[in-house]
Design a protein around this ligand. Structure first.
Ligand code: 3HC
Ligand code: NAI
Length: 650
């Protein structure tokens, strides 16, 4: 039974029991509606307590239903019926009341909650706006300015704030139900407040709207839902609740069917599936309390910071005193930047640094449960590190490499206990980027693999399992993407047109701007090494630029020119002259066609990766692109785009 009823001396206790998150699906809606009707006709019932089973109240409407047309009874009607019920409904909330869950609670005449309660309307993350009265009842319950933050800016209200704002009428200690029932009996003796929708409301000053619009638009990154949520809220204040509800519902329904919402739902489910791959479900990870990071350069310092942020103790190993002090300074600098932005306090900063130990050599390895190697991308250097680790670490310690391109099987050759070895490929900056490619070798033990996934969860990262090939999933697609972008410019399409098209699609930077930022030299050296091995690698425009000393922003220019201290790219006549021998006659191409070419290239590489079993699913490839390479979230990823193209052309 997804909704159960108990009667306790005139109080009906309605419990939504739809694990794992008590999502409101059609059955729940039907049952709530019929119970509201039934109770009103039952003289034995005086009041109703509505709660959810388990650790949370209700996480919202059932997102799995959103790929189908809406089916009656509709949630706004169910909530309206509860709000107007003859027998007052009281929400008893433990844990999260999100989206439709908060809207349902707002339809109740009163709300009681435990200290674990939290309230949010996260619909905009799914490309939609609240669709069951949230934009109308919330401002009437807590005030317009606060409601704007919740409705359009993703603010979560905790229990204490909810009491202060009047969203919660009483805090109750566990056990929740007896307290809620006693509260319900007490309020029957008093005059009840009016339903949320009937509460008086004063329109805020015009600046409140203008400032909110500015704030929301600047953070929306091209997404349309946050501003539309604000518009629905505003409509209800300027034209009244009835008009506001109608506006909210029509916006909700049209956004629900949009490509943006489909993309965001696709990612919502993909992200959750990624944390629990079927083949390691039920396998216990090894405990990891202390980790070592070998190599404290760009990646090692970021990885150490990520581990410290997640509460682990870290031993960072460098080659010499200079390396150790550089790494410590980098990590301290990262924490200091977090403190300045208000993400952590001074005490938290000190506590995190207190868990960091640095070392020249491998003295403290006995207590490390996991070692992540992040030394130079050089097979001989990495092998020497693992030879030492194999001798010094405990036999049950997990040993991981952060290599970008080298075959992990070669790195692990000769390692005693190869079943404890795997690739953990972080992305730069490692303390921020969410992606973690997990690369098992054929010998990696299942519990070692499970530990990799568990570590990702603890670090707040999205793990994607990748098979072994040159570049794994992400860098392999990146190479193809860049090659296609270069093919476009060799065909005469202007560099700036390619970059502008990709920015228009939603990337923060185009492929050439990105190369200028990261430096053109690494890929150049890669190609030069292949040429030195006798491989037939043709000269590319990027090679000509590097040979002419244009390695990107760090040399004052690459594909573009840069003024000193200014990262804004300026078209470069010099770069054009240098690459001219490899560039065809100018060809203008529409932005959409450029995007289509680059998307097709990425998706084709993705298909090959799938066919070779390098990625387990198309959704995993999308997660790699979104969380590792800045693919715009609202576009769902290259494989999602491919699916949409197939649908649109069918
Ligand atoms: N509908 C359907 N399934 C949902 C769901 C929802 N609203 N919320 C979570 N789930 C599923 C997840 O897909 C996952 O399924 P799986 O076990 O098969 O992978 C399972 O519930 C557990 O979810 P999590 O792994 O995310 O569990 P956590 O404990 O980490 O987080 C949570 C719980 C905070 C509730 C988180 O799941 C969450 O944020 N959910 C989404 C909340 C949301 O966006 N609500 C708004 C929905 S839209 C709406 O209400 C429209 C309304 O205005 C009309
Ligand atoms: P880096 O050059 O910034 O840092 C390497 C560090 O390793 C240096 O500080 C060096 O002193 C140290 N080191 C070298 N040999 C050592 C040894 N034997 N013992 C202890 N320390 C040693 O390099 P970066 O960029 O951090 O790359 C490290 C690894 O991470 C490489 O395998 C690279 O391919 C990979 N990677 C790099 C990414 C990037 O964006 N830079 C992204 C993902 C992976």
């Amino acid at each position: 039974m997804t909704v159960s009823v108990d009667i306790d001396g005139g109080v009906a206790i309605v419990t939504i029991a739809n694990p794992p998150v008590n999502a409101i699906n059609r059955t729940v809606r039907e049952r709530l509606l019929s119970l509201a009707q039934e109770f009103d006709g039952d003289p034995a019932i005086r009041t109703v307590v509505l709660t959810g089973v388990g650790a949370l109240f209700v996480a919202g409407a059932d997102i799995a239903e959103f790929d189908r047309p809406v089916e009656p009874p509709f949630l706004p009607d169910v909530i309206a019926r509860i709000e107007r019920a003859g027998k007052p409904w009281i929400a008893a909330i433990r844990g999260a009341a999100l989206g439709g869950g908060l809207e349902l609670a707002l339809g109740c005449r009163l709300r009681v909650a435990t200290g674990t309660a939290r309230f949010a309307l996260p619909e905009v993350n799914l490309g939609i706006i609240p669709g069951a009265g949230g934009t109308q009842r919330l401002p009437r319950a807590i005030g317009v300015a606060e409601a704007i933050r919740v409705v359009a800016e993703n603010h979560t209200v905790d229990a204490a704030e909810a009491v202060r704002l009047g969203l919660v009428d009483a805090l109750i200690e566990e056990p929740l139900l007896p307290g809620a029932i006693a509260f319900a009996r007490e309020v029957l003796e008093k005059t009840l407040p009016p339903p949320s929708l009937d509460r008086p409301l004063s329109a805020p000053a015009q600046e409140v709207w203008t400032e909110a619009e500015k704030r929301i638009a600047s953070r929306a990154k091209g997404a349309s839902a946050p501003l539309q949520a604000l518009e629905a809220l505003k409509c209800g204040i300027e034209q009244g609740a009835k008009a506001g509800l109608a506006r909210e519902r029509s916006t909700f329904l049209s956004l629900r069917g949009s490509e943006e919402a489909a993309a965001l739902r696709h990612l919502f489910f993909a992200e959750r599936a990624a944390l629990r791959p079927a083949d390691i479900r039920g396998i216990a990870p090894r405990p990891v309390a202390t980790a070592s990071v070998v190599g404290g350069g760009t990646m090692g310092s970021g990885i150490a910071a990520a581990l410290l942020n997640a509460g682990l103790s870290v031993v960072l190993v460098e080659q010499d005193a200079a390396g150790v002090s550089r790494a410590r300074d980098t990590i301290a600098g990262l924490f200091e930047a977090s403190r300045r932005r208000g993400h952590i306090t001074g005490e938290e900063l000190a506590e995190r640094l207190g868990r960091l130990e640095t070392s020249i050599g491998y003295d403290d390895m006995e207590r490390c449960d996991l070692v992540i190697e992040a030394v130079f991308e050089d097979l001989a250097v990495k092998r020497a590190v693992f030879a030492a680790l194999g001798r010094i670490c405990r036999p049950d310690a997990i040993l991981a490499t952060n290599t970008s391109y080298i075959d992990p099987r070669l790195i692990a050759e000769g390692l005693p206990g190869p079943e404890r070895f795997l690739g953990l490929h972080f992305f730069s900056p490692a303390q921020i980027m969410k992606l973690l490619e997990i690369v098992p070798t054929p010998e990696t033990a299942p519990d070692v693999l499970a530990t990799g996934f568990d570590l990702a969860r603890r670090l707040g990262k999205i793990p994607v399992r990748a098979g072994i090939c040159d570049g794994f999933i992400g860098n392999r697609i990146l190479r193809r993407f860049r090659a296609e972008a270069e093919a476009l410019i060799r065909g005469g399409v202007p560099i700036a047109a390619v970059d502008a098209a990709m920015r228009g699609f939603g990337f923060a930077m185009g492929p050439f701007e990105m190369q200028d930022m990261a430096g053109l030299d690494i890929a150049f050296l890669h190609r030069e090494a292949a040429r030195a091995r006798g491989e037939p690698v043709p000269d590319l425009p990027g090679d000509l630029l590097v040979r002419a000393g244009r390695k990107g922003q760090k040399t004052g220019g690459g594909w573009y020119d840069y003024e000193p201290g200014d990262r804004r790219p300026q078209p470069s006549a010099e770069a054009e002259r240098i690459i001219a021998p490899l560039i065809g006659p100018r060809k203008d191409m529409a932005g959409e066609a450029i995007v289509a070419r680059l998307m097709a290239a990425m998706a084709q590489e993705g298909q090959a990766i799938l066919e070779e079993g390098i990625a387990a699913s198309a959704a995993d490839i999308d997660l790699v692109e979104v969380h590792g390479y800045g693919f715009p979230r609202r576009r769902g990823g290259p494989m999602f785009q491919l699916g949409r193209a197939d649908v649109n052309h069918a």
